[in-house]
Structures are given as C-alpha cells and as structure tokens.
Design a protein around this ligand. Structure first.
Ligand SMILES: Nc1ncnc2[nH]cnc12
Ligand SMILES: [Zn+2]
Length: 331
C-alpha cells in the first residue's frame, strides 16, 4: 500500500485524455482514416501548437456514441484515481460533439455516466465544463454556448474557452460568455499560453473569469502579476503541457513556483495528457522533484484547487476532509 498526495485537477480536455490505442481502435471500428495521426512509436504526431490542435481535432472525431464517451471518461477518471486524484473537472466541447455527429445530449450524458461509474468504483468525483473553441470563431461560439446552457446535467458547473489564442479578439467571445454567465455557470478562459501577458490582461478586462487556463506568461509582466494576486485569480497551470509545447525550454525554466511566490493562486493539471506524454500524477511529481518542494507545499496546490473548484460547498467540504485525512485512493 503506497500513500500518495491527494490531487485535484481543474484542467483536462476529455478528448485530449484519449489514449492513442483507444483512438486507433475506434477509428478501425468506424472506418475513419487516421493516417499521419501517429508517430513511429504509436504516440500522437504533432510538432507545434497548430499541428497539436489539428491532431487533437482528428483524435476527437473518432468518438461517436454516448458509450464511447462514457468509456473514455470512466477510463480517464479511474486512471486519475489510481494516481491519487480525488476530484477532476473535465472540459468538454459542444463543437467537437457536433463535428463527430453525436447529439450534444448524448455526448454530455455519456461523459456524466462515465463519471458516475468512476465515482462508484473509485470514489473520484467528476464535474463538467463545456468549452467554446476560439479557432472555430465567434459565431460557432455563441451557438455552442446556447447548446451548453440549453442542455444541462447535474455535473455541469462551469463554462470556458480553449483553442487558438492567436485568433480573433477575446472581446469577440464576450457574448458567448454572457450566455453562460446568465445561466449561472462559473467562467474560465485559456490565455497566456501561446500568447503573452497582454492576452491574460485582455481576458480579465473582457470576461468576468475567476480562473485562467494556463496564464503562465503573466510572469512576463510585473503589473499583471500584482493584479492576478490582488484579484485572487486562480491559474490552472499545466506544466507538462507547457514544456511539451515548448512554451518553456525544460522543467527548470517553468515559472510555476515564481508565480506562487508572487502570491498568485496556482494549481496543477495535465491538459491533454497522452498528447504531452504526461499524467496529472507525473505533473505533480515533476513539479515536486524539479523545484524540491515538500509534501506540504504540494498539498497547498491541491488546497488551492479545492478552493477554486466550480463545484458546490458540500462537495468541497468532503474533499477538504479527504485531503486532511490523506484519503486519496491507494494501491
Ligand atoms: N493546451 C491547449 N490550449 C488551447 N486549446 C486547447 N485545447 C486542448 N488543449 C489545449
Ligand atoms: Zn487546455
């Protein structure tokens, strides 16, 4: 029996959690051409942010049924539980569902069912955050936001935006965020990953977010760092993703500890684990080993993530208790 640091993940894209073997199996079942999607070792093939997003979109297209998504979600959450994760917020995408030809209600229902199964078998709690994809444009975004608020599930707690940060202005997406905010969903938005501090600032000015997906490039601007700390904005930091995508040239250069030491609330997540040859367990471990952090410092990331989670207070109270008791699933 090994003890593990209880972990909370706030930032993982469900299609981005699909292992290459599963994508190959489903592609064969549905006769979908995935030529060029994999490298010689069987992993996903991409070489920069643009080709990563293309690979992601292609992998997502092989999931067709509610059961495909239930299986994917259960598999991901169970694997996470085995690494000590007690709570996970998963990003889903109405646009990817539409492109795959599955009704949004079936997509959402399958993902929620996978979470139910994983909670029953391993105690891990899952919640859902529908996202708009910036590179699909503002018109698709407003449609996706309306789809998301029209078809709800008890596990849906938030709303956000991912995709190519270099395209459009963040203000173009304010109407879509307004639809979600009106429906009572809490907001997060990717920024400060491929673009710099100005992208984080523009997002904070345009959208009433409490969390930023990534946000790490705020490190380039001292005024913005102070603003993030003062306004208690939480960063969903995905260090393994940042290193894999070349945002930082190696783990020692990653700013996660400098952001934390500046008083900014920082959490640790995996983003799209198999695309980046990581897992949330590995991300926690790499942060701890690279920066020689104590278990107490690692637990503080989990504590911050519980505070920033979009679930209700009842769930948070239970998670805090589990954390204090060191009650992550053990193997
Ligand atoms: N790291 C990332 N950045 C932006 N959009 C994404 N969609 C999936 N992963 C992403
Ligand atoms: Zn992301």
């Amino acid at each position: 029996m090994t003890r593990t640091i209880p972990k909370v993940e706030l930032h993982c894209h469900i299609e981005g959690a699909a292992l290459p073997d599963l994508v190959r199996r489903l592609a064969a079942r549905y006769h979908i051409d995935v030529g060029g999607l994999f490298d010689a070792d069987g992993g996903y093939r991409w070489h920069d942010f643009t080709s990563f997003l293309e690979a992601y979109d292609r992998a997502a297209s092989v999931f067709k049924t509610a059961e495909d998504f239930a299986d994917l979600t259960e598999t991901y959450l169970v694997a996470s539980a085995l690494e000590g994760v007690i709570y996970t917020e998963v990003f889903i995408s109405p646009d990817h569902a539409r492109r795959s030809g599955i009704a949004y209600a079936d997509y959402l229902g399958g993902i929620s069912e996978g979470m139910r199964r994983a909670e029953e078998s391993h105690g891990i709690v899952g919640r859902i955050i529908p996202l708009i994809e910036r590179h699909f444009g503002p018109e698709a975004a407003i449609k996706a936001a309306k789809t998301a608020v029209h078809t709800m599930d008890e596990r849906v707690v938030g709303f956000g935006m991912a995709g190519d940060e270099r395209l459009y202005e963040v203000t173009d997406f304010a109407p879509a965020f307004a639809v979600a905010a009106e429906a009572g969903l809490k907001l997060t938005c990717h920024a400060g990953e491929v673009c710099g501090a100005e992208s984080v600032r523009a997002t904070l000015d345009a959208i009433p977010v409490r969390r930023i997906g990534h946000g790490v490039r705020a490190i380039e601007d001292a005024d913005l760092m102070r603003r993030l700390a003062d306004e208690e904005i939480v960063l969903e930091v995905c260090p393994g993703s940042n290193v894999a995508l070349g945002v930082y040239a190696g783990w020692p250069r990653h700013p996660i500890v400098r952001l934390r030491d500046a008083g900014i609330k920082v959490t640790i997540s995996s983003d799209d684990p198999p695309f980046f040859h990581t897992t949330v367990g590995r991300d926690y471990r790499m942060v701890q080993d690279t920066f020689t952090l104590s278990d107490r410092e690692m637990l503080a990331f989990t504590q911050t993530a519980i505070d920033a989670a979009f679930c209700d207070e009842t769930v948070k109270t239970r998670l805090r208790q589990q954390m204090l008791n060191g009650e992550a699933f053990t193997s």
